[in-house]
Design a protein around this ligand. Sequence first.
Ligand code: MN
Length: 440
Amino acid sequence: MTAPLNATHDPQRRSWVESANHPSNDFPLQNLPLGIFRRSGRDAPHIGVAIGDQVVDLAALAAAGFLPDSAKAACAEPTLNSLMGLGPVAWSGLRTRLSELLGADTCAAASRQTAVSACFVPMESATMMLPARVGDYTDFYASVFHATQVGKMFRPENPLLPNYKWVPIGYHGRSSSLVVSGTPIRRPHGQTKTAEAAAPTFTVSQNLDYEVELASYVGPGNAQGAAIPIGEAEGHIFGVSLLNDWSARDLQAWEYQPLGPFLAKNFATSLSPWVVSLEALAPFRVPAFARDPGDPSPLPYLSHARDQMIGGFDLTLEAWIITPKMRAAGEMAARLSRGNFSSMYWTLAQLLTHHASNGCNLLPGDLIGSGTVSGPEKTSRGCLLELTMRGAEPFALPNGEPRGFLQDGDEIILRGYAERPGARRIGLGECRGVVLAANP
Ligand code: MN
């Protein structure tokens, strides 16, 4: 079984926006991710679609009569929430129209290209904002490799808790501190306590970390009390982006029992600005994670034949770092890890269905984090906690600098992309954040 493909996925098609045709560009004609931007010197936030090095203003396209009736009112809004609430038929209709308007084969007339390009803003002059008003944010823990690695550090004899393979583990994050890529991150203060100390101290966090995650945005929600069947779950997912769940490990170790993460994580969470639709990722769907023969099968409410066959995503996720010393020397970012979303134990559909299974109402624009994306190889570990064994095994960057946890001035850059023979490469763009020194 494969996900259905259509003309919008055709790898042979090119855009008349030349920059979109470069093989390494994240935003070819086959991607068409949506985001919220402001023009320099202009305050009104508009919905935009990324094509090559340009942003197309959808409010302007709608005003010029280029967009389908089903989506044009939602496309004039200052956030994606209304569009998210419309559902897959409207999303797909919009994607088809945008693909026609930007395709070299389907929009060949110079006059039509001129009319469409009147709605362009160069990406370098657009200021990106959060794509949605996120009412609620939930973060899961869906990588069994991450859960096992982290569990080993805290409970060597019993790394994986007995519920892990039965129930997707998550906690409620905080939406007020979500920030868009490029926003600096202030190092937090908090309570920490070493094993030897008799009492905790309130101090600057020394063990600041990042987590490589995939975010998904909820499309149409569910009424309170009504669950979302697993077979319908993907119709409630608008798209995905990159998420960095900044984590103060010293605060976390002291506060996390018994209710889970709190101040160790809710000071800031970064999001990439472009939301890539599940339809754009259709060529990169793979089976759900192959569980060990001894593992339990998902309970019936989390089981669906289609989800088992194509519920996964072959999506590469990377973390990179630039330290102040590297920046001063003009050096390129150094890669910290490279993992793949196909190694996640639970699918996006299972996370969403589980979230609503008790009747919890999800709303358009709600955010669901996957949890740290780590695979079985050491090079695929998606946070410093795992890469350095809680800071005990610092590594050397290419310039010789050691890193255990993040230092002030370090910039973390997350990147994501999907590629395979026979399909056009799709990028998620970047999620960046520089660590600022703690307030005095
Ligand atoms: Mn996380």
